[in-house]
Ligand binder design. Structure first.
Ligand SMILES: Cc1ncc(COP(=O)(O)O)c(C=O)c1O
Length: 325
């Protein structure tokens, strides 16, 4: 922010407050937001605010979803909204709107934003309360939905692939891995660890040493034996993209007998070890913003021939057809 700190400045007027916020705006390119506190839509990023006493802010007490808008519409919207409802149910959080209303609001946001390629970010907080951890002391849950342009990954990442390391941050236990809650500190620390060590991605390991997931993405492995395997959803988030990719993989295998020319033996989920990853034929990170992204190095070990492999290519191509891009 360009405004210098001035501890002697007087209490800001509302106008000055928004003038200063507007100064920050060139970096905050968000197209539109819905806020149930005011029951309305805004397009000025200066107005895209969440009350500081919403327990979402000070306790991470809330759930969220990130949905991709592609030419054919919101991708896997039904699945995202079902997971949102499930996450809320698991933490006893009442939805402030029905799933149908959330869909309606999202369509209206899309119209207001005028975007055809975007990310929709939905947050449900426990609501403005009393700064305590008690979920019973708020005015009621609230929803905040923002829409912004989608920024795709550089095309060469899908050819060259990305690097991956094993994180030292412990995996989230049981329920916490299955709820897409706004309490993502372990995920943030995992991401920080990978960036600090110069890797693109990191995956956590369970106490038993099984591979779990990345901070905001699932992993998919073509093992040395030719099986396409994802870690179990017992200790990972049930990724909408991964579930769809596995279905597309099964269809492709049934129809053509191979995936990208590779005779894959089976498709499913299982416990995977570090060695399974290190010896894999192909590795992929899978998620809403990444699609199917090949991993070509794990720690110091090259995977395959060091370039994205045919299975990752074929699965991404199927997913892109689905997305309509
Ligand atoms: C922890 C975690 N795992 C996996 C995923 C991938 O899920 P999806 O494919 O639904 O984006 C996400 C999504 O943000 C996530 O937060």
């Amino acid at each position: 922010m360009t405004i210098p700190l001035d501890v002697h400045s007087s209490v800001l007027t509302t106008d000055e407050f928004f003038r200063r916020l507007t100064e920050l705006n060139p970096k905050r390119k968000y197209a539109a937001m819905y806020n149930s506190v005011v029951k309305g839509f805004v397009t000025d990023p200066a107005l895209m605010l969440v009350p500081i006493d919403d327990h979402l802010v000070h306790r991470g007490d809330g759930v969220f979803e990130a949905v991709r808008l592609a030419p054919k519409g919101f991708f896997l919207m039904k699945e995202h909204l079902a997971r949102l409802a499930r996450s809320a149910e698991l933490i006893g959080l009442k939805l402030p709107h029905t799933i149908e209303e959330i869909f309606e609001i999202s369509l209206k946001l899309q119209k207001i934003a005028g975007l055809s390629s975007a990310m929709l970010r939905i947050f449900i907080g426990r609501g403005p309360g009393d700064f305590s951890p008690s979920p019973y002391s708020t005015l009621g849950s609230q929803i905040y939905i923002a829409i912004m342009e989608f920024k795709p990954l550089a095309a060469e990442k899908f050819i060259e692939g990305v690097s991956l390391m094993f994180s030292t941050v412990p995996v989230k236990p049981g329920l916490f891995a299955q709820v897409k809650s706004c309490n993502y500190l372990p995920n943030v620390l995992t991401k920080k660890e990978s960036l600090d060590r110069g890797y693109d991605f990191a995956v956590n390991l369970t106490e038993q040493g099984f591979v779990a997931e990345g901070p905001t993405e699932n992993i998919l492995v073509l093992t040395a034996a030719g099986d396409l395997v994802a870690p179990k959803f017992d200790y990972t988030l049930r990724g909408t993209t991964l579930v769809r990719t596995l279905d597309l993989a099964k269809d492709l295998l049934n129809k053509t007998g191979s995936i990208g020319g590779v005779a894959v033996h089976s498709i499913g989920s299982a416990d995977l070890s570090r060695d399974d990853l290190l010896q894999a034929s192909e590795l992929m990170m899978v998620g809403t913003t990444l699609e199917v992204l090949p991993v070509t190095r794990v720690e110091s070990k090259k995977i395959g021939d060091g370039k994205g492999g045919p299975v990752a290519r074929a699965l991404r191509a199927e997913l892109l057809k689905d997305l309509g891009v």
